[in-house]
Design a protein around this ligand. Structure first.
Ligand code: AMP
Ligand code: ZN
Ligand code: ZN
Length: 339
């Protein structure tokens, strides 16, 4: 791969999601000119500010659905709460059963992780250790769900900003446990298997080349993937092969928290506090051992800078105006110490 970006469009194949992505450099904008048009500036910069209607603020716990656990345990001065979702997409109390051809009862788990007691504080405003504790709370909950024999896959995700799907402004993320393996996850494994069968390599172990690298921590690399579907998309990948997110130990969770904080801070500064989604892509719970050599968990962070249009919906191909090498260079060079 050359370091000087080509001036002509390029089609790249993403071996992880099995997608083709068209890189078509924006005619009028340099990579460093990309900014969000719908930034999410906090409604009140005072971190202790609590909106009268926010059930996620400390002191309003009674307005929430039941709590699963809090960190630290058994204190009013909680830092993180994992609670049931009041309006769940799937219902935990239902008995899984078949309704008819192609339809089963909507059994599943839908939880909310309240990442801070304070309304005006966002995830990257927390310290590295505190972001690490949020990651530990995800891990604790996924470990609990892994013991529920009815679940096949768990998705941890965050919506930040209204145009990224968030309905609540208080910093939070969500966890959904599914009684089946979703099709994009199966497609990811099929594609990674095909790559492994051809090359003998895990597509994520080998995804760290220098020109797409943004930052590294002791155990993780943050990259703009070679065939990123979205401008300034970032993946945070464990450098050592690891199949399951919930096998992460405490030390690595804090290390991961530091890199996540750094990347979210850089995206916020460079792109004008854009709406974003992040997703932890782990492996299905009941994966058989032959699949493990190419099952490698990672986090995908997608700033929402473009609207998905008819071509993307129709073809499943994405058009990305920013070459990954250029986005990685811009993000590598963001200086968080200057305003
Ligand atoms: P989002 O829509 O991504 O901002 O996620 C917020 C989630 O919080 C939604 O899925 C809501 O159903 C859920 N939610 C809203 N109010 C409450 C509440 N009082 N207790 C528990 N969950 C809630
Ligand atoms: Zn709040
Ligand atoms: Zn790997």
């Amino acid at each position: 791969m050359s370091s000087a970006p080509p001036r002509f469009p390029e089609i790249r194949r993403d071996v992880v999601f099995n997608r083709s992505v068209i890189f078509s450099p924006a005619r009028s904008r340099r990579p460093s000119d990309f900014k969000s048009h719908s930034p999410n500036k906090s409604p009140n910069p005072n971190p202790n500010y609590s909106t009268p209607s926010c059930p996620f603020c400390r002191g309003r716990e009674h307005e929430c659905a039941p709590e699963i656990f809090r960190i630290p345990h058994e204190t009013d001065q909680w830092k993180i709460r994992v609670i049931e979702n009041l309006y769940p997409a799937l219902r935990r109390e239902l008995e899984p059963s078949v309704l008819g051809e192609g339809a089963v009862i909507g059994f599943g788990i839908h939880d909310v992780v309240i990442e801070t007691p304070f309304h005006g504080v966002h995830l990257p405003d927390l310290s590295q250790a505190e972001v690490g504790e949020v990651v530990v709370s995800y891990r604790e909950r996924v470990c609990q769900l892994a013991k529920n024999g009815l679940l096949e896959y768990v998705q941890v995700f965050k919506n930040y900003g209204a145009s990224a799907g968030a309905s609540m402004t208080h910093s939070h993320s969500q966890i959904i446990g599914l009684p089946f393996v979703p099709p994009t996850v199966s497609a990811r494994f099929d594609s990674l298997k095909e790559h492994f069968d051809k090359s003998g390599k895990c597509g994520l172990c080998e995804a760290h080349s220098e020109d797409i690298l943004i930052n590294e921590s002791n155990h993780f690399s943050a990259i703009v993937p070679f065939a990123a579907s979205f401008p300034f998309e970032v993946w945070i990948i464990p450098r050592d092969h690891a199949s399951y997110f919930h096998d992460l130990d405490e030390k690595k969770a804090i290390d991961f928290g530091g890199l996540l904080k750094l990347i979210l801070s850089k995206l916020s500064k460079q792109l004008n506090d854009p709406p974003y989604n992040f997703m932890i892509h782990s492996s299905p719970f009941h994966l058989s051992p032959p699949h493990l050599p190419y099952a490698h968990w990672f986090m995908q962070i997608v700033p929402q800078l473009n609207v998905i249009g008819g071509f993307e919906i129709g073809s499943g191909c994405y058009i990305n105006p920013v070459f990954p090498e250029d986005a990685a260079k811009v993000l590598r060079e963001v200086n968080l110490t200057t305003s």
